[in-house]
Design a protein around this ligand. Structure first.
Ligand SMILES: *Cc1c(COP(=O)(O)O)cnc(C)c1O
Length: 244
């Protein structure tokens, strides 16, 4: 089990390297984020001990369950799931370094309020729904700039970039436009020079489409299945409104 995990990570490393070569990018420009939903703390520990540093969960319940076991191992933790407004206080207990799934002003305001009380700051990425699938979270691309301008006013939150989940399709010609849209949006936002807004990160690409994402400018690729194996729950369990 240990060796297989390491082999899987090496295979992903190769895929990232090949995509970098193909698009003339440096490997250092891209962070591999381990999407660890349903993965035990023990297996996450193996990956961290192999030198990986960036992990992310989708549900607060899982963050909570693994928090103690992982606390002594140096790592950076992101949150990539749908966050309910009434869970804001709870999530701030677990030293999350970045919430990648900020998708609405109400959530930003609640976070800001709570961060003010606790005298903390938090990095966020704004999640954009680039695939137009109703089942996916994220702000509509047309509303992204207004949301970002509003969140920029909340000085406890620091926007570091954008995140998206591409269309689920084996057809690159259908997936690529999602990533191109996110990249274009980040370029448009850069030209606005909004105070308290950086467009440093583009979090896009997963097990099935990370090469395309890298070719289109990803700085974070989020990989779960290709490293840890298939999950017992379908993705809809994590991504649909009803289940969150
Ligand atoms: C699970 C998940 C991933 C990783 O997906 P895989 O297809 O398992 O690599 C990436 N991003 C988000 C938001 C996820 O929930």
């Amino acid at each position: 089990m240990h060796d297989e995990l390491i082999q899987n990570i090496e295979a992903i490393e190769n895929r990232i390297m090949n995509a970098c070569e193909k698009s003339g990018r440096n490997r250092e420009e891209i962070k591999l984020l381990l999407a660890t939903k349903t993965v035990s703390a023990k297996r996450i520990e193996i990956a961290l001990n192999a030198g990986y540093r960036l992990i992310a969960e989708n549900k607060i319940q899982e963050v909570k369950e693994k928090y103690e076991a992982l606390a002594r191992i140096p790592h950076e933790s992101h949150f990539i799931g749908h966050l309910q407004t009434n869970k804001v206080k709870e999530i701030l207990r677990y030293n999350i370094d970045c919430i990648e799934s900020l998708d609405r002003l109400e959530l930003a305001e609640k976070l800001h309020q709570r961060l003010t009380i606790e005298d903390k700051h938090l990095d966020v990425l704004v999640q954009v729904n680039t695939s137009k699938e109703v089942s996916k979270f994220g702000v509509d691309p047309a509303g992204a700039i207004d949301l970002i301008k509003a969140v920029a006013q909340l000085n406890r939150l620091h926007i570091r970039g954008l995140m998206t989940i591409g269309l689920f399709s084996a057809e690159p010609a259908l997936v690529r436009p999602c990533f191109q849209l996110l990249k274009q949006l980040s370029e448009d936002i850069k030209t606005l020079h909004i105070p308290n807004v950086q467009m440093r990160e583009l979090s896009m690409g997963m097990s099935g489409d990370l090469e395309i994402a890298i070719e289109e400018g990803a700085t974070i690729v989020r990989v779960g299945t290709a490293i840890f194996g298939k999950r017992i729950y379908p993705d809809s369990y994590y991504w649909n409104e009803q289940n969150n």
